[in-house]
Design a protein around this ligand. Structure first.
Ligand code: FAD
Length: 471
């Protein structure tokens, strides 16, 4: 199939609204393809801070969104279309747009965050809402056990998912987008104030990222060239071993099926990349089962764990040291500074920094999850919550809390010296092994903090807290 399908001559063309959310692309966009087939299309993005409530997009995501929408509007204009922008509650705005434009249908891709499920439910009673599968390899709920139950554990989930693979071949982008006779009014993107101004903390993000479908395609091509080394390099933060596709996948600038098809034919080490795509599916599958995963322990018994209280000034200082990358643990500080500068952090280092907050500082995982939510450009309700709960030992599938990661040995094992030198310039003159733990070797520079807590003390404190659960 190539490009726009006009409705057949016997069927009068019907104007559709294309409701865009985290699916900001033209290719492999089934809602868009269906709308184009029916007739004129009004592509709409609604900045809805009401529906998600406290889950409104964080600051780094808003930066990404601005650039992604700008890029999408430019791509639409090349096809004779444009993007209509509105701000407010989607469940109110969509019906009023339908009235204004006399649209006969609203096409959208299904989203599974609990607030979007509620909004879709509310809209189904008000408009002709046509929902399409499109952002995941399989529709949520389609991968089940023999008895029809959803999976709770990753490995059997992956086995079952892989039996349904490959996903359908991706749809092409349309060649033109039929336009309505009259366009509804639109907000101006710059008026939404999505970009930081005073101070502009996003300069490092602008260097690293190119939001939008073209940027996503470039990342995918670049990765496909080096995908055969994925397995060998992906755990080493000093090398660019992973795909960097996460924000593009989160905002739907590329579909999971496109990422799958571009790489799966290579075999070998690429299997592990496909398994990571499946982690994304698995996380979303858990959110459908446990909509409050972002705020409630999946293991209820963990509710009694005595976290340190962040209202206590000493705990607040520890939290600030973690957020700013001043803990005295080079690998932790490098990760937290990479996050602040670029809106992204290497997966291995996400595990180390998250574990450090939860176990070394004994601060509730939800505090860290919120920080990541605000600072990650790929902040994703499902992936963030599931990985934080996994690290904290509170998730359905996690290791026990008492398995405590040692950040300093992780730093050595995964050869993080180059990574630390890059993000912690105070340590740039140190080589391995000193750079992993400068205090231990008597090489702590005056400008770099000593450890805020020793590894053994932290471990003992965490284990003592866990003992409380047994009482
Ligand atoms: P690659 O290694 O190239 O993997 C390809 C894709 O697979 C990724 O783009 C991502 O979509 C998916 N993926 C990989 N690992 C995971 C995983 N563990 N869980 C779910 N999906 C995965 N990922 C997010 O997209 N958003 C988040 O908010 C997020 N928060 C996290 C919080 C913590 C505490 C941890 C430990 C991990 C988190 N991750 C999150 C998962 C993972 O760190 C990132 O997806 C990965 O680092 C993105 O880099 P990449 O695109 O180069 O990944």
């Amino acid at each position: 199939m190539t490009g726009a399908h006009r409705a057949s001559p016997h069927v009068p063309p019907m104007t559709s609204i294309l409701w865009l959310r985290r699916d900001l692309r033209l290719a492999d966009q089934p809602a868009l393809t269906a709308a184009v087939r029916a007739g004129p299309v009004i592509p709409v993005y609604i900045l809805d801070d009401e529906t998600p409530k406290h889950r409104r997009m964080g600051a780094a995501s808003r930066w990404w969104l601005h650039h992604s929408l700008k890029s999408l509007d430019a791509d639409l204009r090349k096809l004779g279309s444009r993007l209509i922008l509105r701000r407010g509650n989607a469940a109110d705005i969509i019906p009023s747009l339908v009235n204004e434009s006399r649209a006969s249908a609203v096409h959208c891709i299904r989203h599974y965050e609990p607030w979007w499920r509620n909004a879709e439910r509310a809209l189904k009673d008000k408009v002709n809402l046509v929902r399409h599968h499109g952002n995941y390899l399989m529709p949520m709920g389609a991968v089940t056990t023999g008895g029809g139950a959803p999976y709770k554990i990753y490995t059997p989930f992956w086995r079952a998912l892989s039996r349904h693979m490959p996903p359908p071949v991706p749809l092409p982008a349309p060649a033109v987008m039929p336009a309505p006779d009259v366009w509804p009014s639109s907000d101006t993107l710059d008026d939404w104030g999505l970009l930081p101004t005073k101070p502009d903390w996003a300069s490092g993000m602008s260097v690293m990222w190119r939001p939008g479908e073209t940027g996503a395609a470039q990342r995918l091509n670049d990765f496909t060239d080096r995908a055969r080394l994925y397995d060998e390099k992906r755990n080493f933060p000093s090398t660019d071993g992973t795909s960097f596709l996460s924000p593009h996948l989160h905002f739907g600038e590329i579909s999971a099926a496109q990422a799958w098809h571009a790489n799966s034919a290579m075999g070998g080490s690429v299997e592990n990349f496909l398994k990571e795509l499946a982690w994304r599916e698995y996380a979303q599958n858990l959110i459908v089962q446990y909509p409050y995963y972002g705020s409630q322990n999946a293991r209820e018994k963990m509710d009694a764990l005595p976290w340190r209280d962040t209202r206590d000034p000493a705990v607040a200082d520890d939290l600030r040291a973690w957020q700013r990358g001043n803990t005295g643990y080079p690998i932790v500080d490098a990760g937290m500074r990479q996050l602040w500068a670029t809106g992204w952090m290497h997966n291995r280092v996400r595990m180390i920094t998250a574990s450090f907050l939860v176990k070394h500082l004994l601060i509730d995982w939800r505090v860290g999850e919120q920080w990541f939510w605000d600072t990650l450009v790929d902040a994703d309700y499902a992936s963030n919550a599931v990985n934080w709960q996994w690290t904290a030992g509170t998730g359905v599938d996690s290791n026990m809390f008492v398995r405590i990661m040692a950040p300093l040995s992780q730093s050595e094992k995964f050869d993080a010296a180059g990574y630390i030198r890059r993000w912690v310039p105070e340590l740039a003159d140190l080589n391995a092994p000193y750079i992993h733990d400068p205090g231990e070797y008597g090489r702590l520079p005056a400008c770099y903090p000593a450890k805020i807590i020793g590894h053994r003390d932290a471990r003992d404190r965490a284990l003592a807290a866990y003992e409380v659960l047994k009482r």
